[in-house]
Design a protein around this ligand. Structure first.
Ligand code: HEC
Length: 331
């Protein structure tokens, strides 16, 4: 069950920022993005200079202090994410993996559009570049079982079911779930079917990632620091992953049918852009329950805001080890 609130088309900025603080930085970031976009569209690899320009411009966002300090954590976080994505795009370009570079560019695009819709004022008067086709966005709240609103609103997943004519080629970009500090990071990873995930062990102890899920059972075996194992996920479904050595380690992979999905950031914001015209079923998933669905109609470059409250209705229960037995109390 969830309360639904569909707000007006076009969002309103929440934090007013002065042109003086962000104008020039944004021009630099925008022209760097545009160059990469045009180069990759031509089917050419991005040059190290253009990639470096985007990375440097992203670093200035990370250091930027918006007028209202409230937006500072979001700016710092997005700046760091953009710099990492720029580096990833550069690596793929260097290796001649242009399909993967283009997928990484789409992730960068989503970060740009998410920040504009969440933190930029007067979006209805401005061009929403670099958004393409139709865009849906919103802000999730999470209500815990005791009714309290959760401060951390991250990891709610929005996705579109059965998009006719969606591109069927499996993704080329390799996603990562790191094992570090006796935890999986990220805690929730959403991928399109056919994608491959790298599982590096970045810890100083051994780990053994495994899943007993129906969709994709696997056991990567025990391995130590510096080793990376890979797994491809051909079928849609929910894949809970644990470590056979450390019972507190858990993460979830949501394997979806198409690339039209988004995950909320810690402030609850999410955005999906590049959606074709049509009527779609928009669904919500959260690991503590509260999944919702509704129909959305999109046409002609629409921008639709959908805010929802996800009401948790599931607790985390202890899981079993890879042999289906309880963990020993000492490990
Ligand atoms: C951390 C938040 C954030 C991110 C990330 C971000 N922007 Fe912006 N952007 C802003 C804000 C805020 C403004 C408005 C600045 C102002 O009011 O002068 C803006 C303005 C712009 C403008 C000027 C148009 C206008 O009228 O406001 C363009 C173009 C632009 N951004 C492109 C991009 C591109 C391309 C990316 C991604 C590579 C990007 N931005 C990423 C926050 C962001």
């Amino acid at each position: 069950m969830s309360r639904l609130l569909i707000l007006a088309v076009l969002g309103t900025g929440i934090w007013e920022l002065t042109t003086a603080t962000t104008g020039n930085e944004m021009e630099r970031l925008s022209s760097a993005f545009l160059k990469l976009e045009q180069t990759l569209e031509r089917g050419a690899p991005a040059s190290p200079e253009d990639v470096g320009e985007l990375r440097d411009a992203a670093s200035t966002i990370r250091a930027m202090r918006p007028e209202t300090d409230d937006a500072f954590p979001a700016f710092a976080r997005t700046g760091a994410v953009l710099a990492d994505l720029a580096a990833e795009l550069g690596d793929y370009s260097n290796d001649g993996k242009l399909a993967a570079a283009r997928e990484t560019l789409e992730s960068i695009r989503s970060e740009c559009v998410r920040c504009h819709l969440a933190h930029r004022d007067r979006n209805d008067e401005r061009d929403l570049y670099p958004a393409t086709r139709n865009t849906i966005w919103g802000r999730y709240s999470i209500a815990a079982m005791d009714g309290e609103a959760r401060e951390d609103r991250s990891d709610v997943v929005a996705f579109l079911d059965a998009v006719d004519g969606a591109d069927d080629t499996p993704p080329s970009r390799i996603r990562r779930i790191s094992q570090r500090g006796r935890a999986f990071s990220p805690r929730v990873l959403v991928i399109e079917k056919g994608a491959t995930i790298a599982f590096p062990n970045d810890d100083d102890v051994f780990h053994n990632a495994f899943s007993r899920s129906k969709a994709a059972p696997f056991d990567l075996g025990v391995y130590g620091n510096g080793t990376t194992k890979y797994r491809t996920f051909p079928d849609p479904g929910l894949v809970n992953v644990y470590c056979n050595i450390h019972p507190d380690m858990a993460c979830t992979i949501l394997v979806l049918d198409n690339a039209h999905f988004a995950k909320s950031d810690s402030d609850g914001y999410w955005v999906m852009t590049g959606i074709p015209d049509g009527t779609f079923l928009l669904r919500t998933w959260h690991r503590h329950g509260g999944g919702t669905e509704q129909s959305v109609e999109l046409e002609g470059g629409a921008i639709v805001r959908i805010d929802e409250t996800v009401e948790e209705d599931r607790r985390t229960v202890p899981h079993r080890n890879k042999f289906g037995r309880p963990y020993r109390s000492k490990y």
